[in-house]
Write a protein that binds this ligand. Structure first.
Ligand SMILES: Cc1cc2nc3c(=O)[nH]c(=O)nc-3n(C[C@H](O)[C@H](O)[C@H](O)COP(=O)(O)OP(=O)(O)OC[C@H]3O[C@@H](n4cnc5c(N)ncnc54)[C@H](O)[C@@H]3O)c2cc1C
Length: 414
């Protein structure tokens, strides 16, 4: 019988002079980066902690700027065909009364409208396309640590294997181990005081509830409570989606997570909105599957994103709260930017290219993290704050719609 602890490590190591780019994490940022590196003809290996990445997460938005990145991989059409284009937002108060609406983009904005879909659809498309295009993705490889000896970097995995490469990219998400190694005294992600959850419904539930515009997301603001609803996946049986964020003093910790996940049921969500209104109750009542609660964290700013031959991308570098619908799109923008900089430099220049990447991306993503935090604050107001906010919203929307073109019209040339 083999004792796993006595087994000599399976050798995944390459020669020290390996030009491989080691990507830790096969999520949105990791898979997209690997696809762009493949497009550039650069060798990459992706190491994903979990044996499988399918079916994970709730719904999300790919914004026009994120779709423009996917277009350069030839994937935007496939995604748009799976989700629902979202052109407008409509705002309502607790009772369901309209506060106004707005187009999500300025008239004449370039590109495609945002697409709403399941996070798993995006993840699986990137992953499966990577495999089809020859990207090496290894599952069940959880990074334990890494060493940068100046000539290259060696990644060590919890299963005892190692890998050697020219660069190591931490695409390992919000609770990134790469970040903790690069910045042992660096800031931890900040809990924003909101925990998100939601559910999937049949698409037909929306029309039954009186939400008849398929290209609009509807956002209800109650006293200290919020619910968003939109059509997402094309699947008739579960293509509708609603989401909410519940104000909490502290995140669900690992110990009470399972318990809390069960206790955040429809009754609690309806009670948080003081009963809400028939539209919301109709949508929630049609829920076919709940989305597991997720504590909403963000990372406003890190002292640095890179050192030597290692760099952070995506949520590992700059987690964005979901309220702006930009987390996945920021990860996609990172992927194309880093791959382009590496493509355009000789391997000897690559460490310098990591600093150039940070320089190119930092201001934009920090601004978007701050923007997202501000939108999140709208969902945490008490009764008076919500009343005031709703009245101001009604007034502002009737005067001039806000302009988000600085977020959505951004284009990165490959
Ligand atoms: C409730 C919620 C709603 C959201 N809504 C939106 C939205 O509407 N629009 C939007 O654009 N974004 C949204 N987001 C954010 C979006 O999902 C992320 O910002 C985006 O997926 C970032 O991609 P990433 O690759 O950096 O991280 P992730 O997608 O989290 O991927 C990280 C990967 O690294 C792996 N990993 C972790 N540790 C290790 C390790 N030690 N070794 C190897 N692998 C490891 C993980 O298993 C994972 O596969 C939302 C997020 C939440 C929580």
């Amino acid at each position: 019988m083999t004792n796993p602890q006595m087994t000599s490590p399976e050798t995944t190591a390459s020669a020290p002079e390996s030009r491989d780019i080691l990507i830790i994490g096969g999520g949105i940022a990791g898979c997209a980066l690997a696809l762009f590196l493949a497009k550039a003809g650069l060798p990459a290996r992706v190491f994903e902690a979990y044996p499988d990445v399918r079916g994970i997460g709730g719904g999300l938005q790919i914004a026009p700027n994120g779709l423009a990145v996917l277009d350069q991989l030839g994937l935007a059409d496939a995604l748009a065909a799976r989700g629902t284009a979202c052109e407008r937002s409509s705002f309502r108060d607790r009772h369901g009364r309209s506060l106004g609406g707005m187009a999500n983009r300025r008239p004449g904005s370039p590109g495609r409208p945002a697409v709403m879909l399941a996070r798993a659809t995006l993840q699986e498309l990137l992953h499966d396309t990577g495999i089809a295009r020859g990207v090496r993705i290894e599952h069940g490889k959880r990074l334990a640590g890494f060493e940068d000896d100046g000539d290259g970097v060696t990644a060590r995995f919890e299963d005892g294997t190692t890998a050697r490469g020219a660069l190591l990219v931490g695409a390992d998400g919000l609770h990134s181990r790469v970040r903790r190694i690069l910045l042992p005294d660096g800031p931890e992600p900040t809990y924003t005081g909101l925990t998100g959850t939601g559910g999937w419904t049949p698409r037909a539930a929306f029309a039954k509830a009186g939400l008849t515009d398929p290209g609009a997301m509807t956002l209800f603001f109650g006293a200290g409570a919020f619910i968003g609803c939109t059509l997402a996946e094309r699947d008739e049986a579960s293509g509708g989606m609603w989401w909410t964020s519940l104000a909490r003093d502290r995140p669900l910790d690992a110990r009470n997570r399972g318990e809390a996940a069960e206790s955040i049921g429809l009754d609690q969500i309806i009670a948080a909105g003081d009963g809400w209104n028939p539209m919301v109750r109709q949508i929630l009542g049609a829920t076919t599957e709940m989305i597991a609660p997720v504590d909403i964290f963000d990372i406003a700013s890190l002292p640095r994103w890179c050192q030597g031959r290692a760099v952070l991308v995506g949520d590992a570098a700059h987690a964005v709260a979901p309220h702006s619908g930009q987390g996945a799109s920021m990860a996609l923008e990172d992927a194309i930017t880093l791959a382009r900089l590496l493509r355009d430099g000789r391997p000897a220049e690559w460490p310098g290219r990591l600093a150039a990447f940070e320089h190119e991306r930092r201001d934009r993503v920090e601004r978007i993290v701050a923007f997202s935090r501000k939108i999140g604050a709208l969902k945490r107001r008490g009764p008076f704050g919500t009343w005031l906010q709703n009245n101001l919203m009604r007034l502002f929307l009737s005067l001039r719609a806000p302009d988000f073109s600085w977020v959505q019209d951004h284009r990165i040339v490959w």
